[in-house]
Design a protein around this ligand. Structure first.
Ligand SMILES: Cc1ncc(COP(=O)(O)O)c(C=O)c1O
Length: 525
């Protein structure tokens, strides 16, 4: 090797040695600093202090919620612009974080828990539920198997059995028989699981092995929730194999149209495998005739799933149980305590009459999940009852809610919501400027101003921009329709009265502007 290269190499070695010495000293300094600072965790005492501050913040939030605009007024991107571009290197004081919740986050929140929230369907909550959720986070349990936390599984099974009784659901959904219930995140997931089990039952579990061959067909009404179409796409049936069955003048599925479509598909060599009936459609709260649909499903050997996402809660009250007429024909059923049963999102209760069909559809048992309890066959492992493996301790909040209110308390508040909605419907009926757009069987009122689509759209925009209340819309009979859904935990008569007053006030303005604009030859308000 030439000498000048040897010299350069030696110089480089020397520099590298110095550099590594410097790095080592630097690293040692860092380690020393870290060992001097105990660690980065919040101490139990700090947790106690900040925990109280958070609970106080939440209690204060509910006290002032009516002073906040129900629909967030921020512009797209505004929340992100207020946040630092990069994550902090150094931890920050909790007080600063909580302050930023108030300053940066709250303006971007739409207040679903405002008693002036009348949009979509409710997603209500209650203090006992919030505390149950906090406890669940505190325990930090992951209940995928009975063995990973027996209480998580057993309390869940027990709550789901209690709910069968308090909603007056068929006994075949109880865990003591061949069926049983499980908590899912959402009704969308329940419908997907139901469809997967239906697909496998129809093909003797061959679709799991070989995939779908394009012959399986699913059915629901043209008014069903979009989650059914999503489930059909995910389950691999193909959107073309979803039949949207016609509805009657009440927007409920027509059993005769279903029967005709099933026959047509069978004659064409297809395999009908799944029907979803809805108890309380999202658009208008229509109740599909489950009994008639159920008989047809039985005749054709097709899996019947009943999606009662919000309205199922009404069955707490014996006088509303007629909505479930025929549910005994169902192979699966779901409803969401996270919509109308004072239990915070997420919490959907999903029931099957034959748990074996569901478990066989979804079960995969790798070696690392094997354990004695599972092998004994005497426990429920909920990992096989839904899509994710991991699961939170959601039944705690249900337990807290049911025990705090008692069945009597739950019934009282559900009844009250229905009464308030019915009161609102009667005001609409008696006002010649407005009309009801659909029957209002429970807590949703679909209505419109008689001035036409543009007036109703303008009315909705004006109300929502005012921040005084929040309403959303749908289209019924191809006409723009306003929806007022009563279900927030603290909504009472004064809130509904004020909503009606504001609707009439803004309607006068929207109508006047519409007339002025049409006089000038402009078609929008
Ligand atoms: C009838 C019906 N089904 C399903 C859903 C979807 O609910 P989730 O958000 O629990 O999936 C809704 C939501 O409003 C609904 O009204």
């Amino acid at each position: 090797m030439p000498e000048f290269i040897r010299d350069a190499s030696a110089a480089l070695d020397e520099r590298l040695f110095e550099f590594s010495q410097e790095r080592l000293v630097g690293d040692l300094k860092k380690v020393k600093h870290m060992s001097e600072k105990r660690d980065f965790h919040m101490t139990p005492d700090e947790f106690r202090r900040y925990g109280r501050a958070v609970v106080d913040w939440i209690a204060d939030y509910y006290a002032r919620i009516e002073s906040l605009p129900v629909l967030s007024q921020v512009k797209p991107g505004q929340v992100r612009e207020s946040l630092p571009g990069s994550a902090p290197t150094k931890g920050e004081p909790f007080e600063a974080i909580l302050k930023d919740v108030e300053k940066l986050i709250l303006p971007g929140v739409t207040h679903w828990q405002s008693p002036n929230f009348f949009a979509y369907f409710p997603s209500n909550t209650s203090f006992p539920s919030i505390l149950g959720e906090l406890l669940s986070a505190g325990l930090g349990v992951q209940g995928m198997l009975w063995a990973t936390s027996p209480a998580c599984t057993e309390l869940e099974t027990h709550m789901l059995d209690w709910l069968v009784e308090i909603l007056g659901l068929p006994g075949k959904f109880l865990s003591s028989g061949a069926g049983g219930g499980v908590i899912q995140d959402t009704a969308s997931s329940s419908s997907l699981c139901a469809l997967l089990a239906a697909r496998e039952r129809a093909t003797s579990y061959a679709s799991n092995d070989r995939g779908c061959d394009g012959r399986l067909v699913a059915y629901t009404s043209s008014q069903a929730h979009s989650s059914i179409e999503k489930a059909v796409k995910i389950a691999g049936l193909g959107r073309q194999n979803l039949r949207l069955i016609e509805v009657d003048e009440r927007f409920a599925m027509r059993p005769d149209a279903l029967a005709a479509q099933l026959r047509q598909d069978r004659d064409a060599g297809r395999i009908p495998c799944f029907v979803c009936a809805t108890v309380g459609t999202t658009s208008s709260n229509a109740i599909d005739p489950v009994r008639g649909i159920g008989r047809i499903c039985r005749e054709h050997g097709v899996w019947l799933h009943v999606d009662a996402a919000m309205s199922g809660v009404a069955a707490l009250c014996p006088e509303f149980r007629h909505i479930h007429d025929g549910v005994e024909f169902a192979d699966s059923y779901c409803f969401n305590p996270h919509k109308w049963m004072f239990t915070n999102f997420d919490c959907d209760c999903f029931y099957v009459t034959d748990r074996k069909a569901l478990i066989e559809t979804l079960s995969v048992l790798p070696e690392y999940l094997r354990n004695k309890a599972t092998e004994s066959g005497s426990v429920i492992d909920y990992r096989d009852w839904h899509i994710p493996l991991g699961r939170r301790f959601r039944s705690l909040k249900l337990w807290f809610v049911i025990r705090h209110y008692g069945v009597e308390g739950l019934r009282h508040h559900v009844r009250r919501h229905v009464e308030l909605a019915q009161q609102f419907a009667s005001w609409v009926r008696d006002d010649d400027q407005f009309e009801l757009a659909a029957p209002a069987p429970l807590n949703l009122v679909c209505f419109r101003h008689r001035g036409g689509d543009a007036v109703n759209q303008a009315l909705l925009d004006r109300l929502n921009q005012s921040g005084d209340l929040y309403l959303t819309h749908t289209r019924l009979d191809n006409r723009f329709t306003l929806r007022l859904s009563v279900g927030q935990t603290n909504t009472e008569l004064p809130h509904v009265e004020r909503a009606w007053k504001r609707i009439r006030e803004e309607a006068v303005v929207a109508l006047a502007r519409s007339r002025a604009q049409s006089a000038r030859g402009v078609d929008t308000v």
